[in-house]
Design a protein around this ligand. Sequence first.
Ligand SMILES: Cc1ncc(COP(=O)(O)O)c(C=O)c1O
Length: 445
Amino acid sequence: MSRRVTNGPEPGPLIERFSCLFQNLYCPKTNPSGIVSLGIAENLLCAEEILSFSRKAITENLIQKDLTYGDNLWGSRRLNEALAGFLNRYFNPAVNVDPEHIITGVGVSAILDHLFHTLLDAGDGVLILNPYYAGFDRDLVGGRSGVKLVGVDWAGYKDQIECQNEDEVQDEWAGDGGLEEAFEKALQNARADGVDVRAILICNPHNPLGITVSRSTLIGYCKFAQKHDLHLVSDEIYAMSVYENKSFPGARPFCSALSIDLERDIEGHFDKGRLHCVYGMSKDFSANGFRIGALITQHNPRLLRTLAQLSIQIKISSPADVIFSTLLTSDYLPTFLRLNQSRLSVAQERVRTWFERRQVVVRDCNAGHFVWVNLGPRIGIKTRDEETRVFQKLLDGGLYVAPGSAYHHKTPGWFRVTFSVPPENLEAGLERLEDLLNLRCADEL
Ligand SMILES: Cc1ncc(COP(=O)(O)O)c(C=O)c1O
């Protein structure tokens, strides 16, 4: 095989782990002894609604042209128009998004691979805050671009946020111990090690922490990118999965990087061509399997042209295109989004209460499909090896949850637990967790 592929990260354990999981998934009716997955960010809370909407959309809107390459080789006018309308309605962009600002592809993973392969050279550095979504290693490091992810440690990401009022949020970026300082330090260290740092990747709302990035922090990132001549890529795949969490009064609403008025909000010059945003259907629309992702870059025609040239390789199939464009332009859209958010809120509350009753700390969150829980103090995990042993014990006992180390989290003992699964799967998973780790309720001890 090529050196390009064999020099990348070793895929073995992950591939094997996922094969064993997917081939033996729990189903209360057909495979009750299978593995319960609470470790993958899949959202099945609105599966029925999406399925029936999709069947209808295909029946009504799939046309003969969908058997051809369509309007062009790299995308579809129908989907780009639908996406532009949706983004203008829900992302509050500073400059209206036009269909021409968008490149689509088979999921955000493919879009990130395509984007970084086009923007950067192999070995170039990308700054990213720890912990971060494990798939970025696959998409950026193991993918075609072969870039280097430079994890940024920031003490301010306290394991448990007590309260976040707007004043504290203002301080998040600037000042002593702020994010800016952490990013400066990581940048200088990477450069001293010979890494040519060329971009920042942010995830907002954040996977795995389930929190949103404040407007002032987004402005800080833009200024930093300008100062150090970096691209700024914002992954906003969970944008519409922000829900109510009554026990998190300081929770912030979603604020898109597209909504920053770069000229007004950032005193001084900002080269707008360096800002790129990615979005997709997988998370907010219960449809990981449809494989739809998009890049929005509003001020970089050269990049768009270059990406378009190679986009036939990741062109979305027309049935998926029909379904998503129909949904994005339908009157049902706001109802669906609200329904999804309210089900996320209920499921999150259920899982949070379950852990808290067992004296397990759950980080405050108001977005995404998962909670970030600290099993460490409760069951005595102090080292990375102990965390791995607990992960393996759970897997052997029929439960998959994602360990913090997969997200490059520094403190051992944290796990990401997905709650957006069918309620019967959630209950079966929690029951196994209780049995396998002997997690009795505090009031039963
Ligand atoms: C932050 C983030 N980005 C991208 C992806 C990949 O999404 P897609 O299914 O569109 O490839 C995921 C999936 O878990 C994710 O959590």
